[in-house]
Design a protein around this ligand. Sequence first.
Ligand code: FES
Length: 107
Amino acid sequence: MAYASVCKHRNLGEGEMVPFTVEGQEIILVWPDGGELKAFTGVCPHDNGLLKFGGFNGRLLTCTLHNWVFDGRNGEGLSPTGCALEEYPLRIEEGWVQVDLPATVAE
Ligand code: FES
């Protein structure tokens, strides 16, 4: 695994969810109101819906395919429970948001 630069931190705002495709992988950066910037998979664990089409109200992230709801602070499933978004390590280096993505398996 290696950190990949995603975007400049100054381009993000608290209360926002921003999707990116990085090295062919769909991710979302989520900055909850009053919380810390997080990086999650951009693919819903239910049925692989793309979360970039979902909604974020500053705390709750909703997948529009079947309305599963996740906590933007930690990716935990709230409706239903017992699931979670995969979270990736995130760091800020010289103003860049960098995310440590899992290695992809060549097909
Ligand atoms: S794919 Fe996300 S709720 Fe079904």
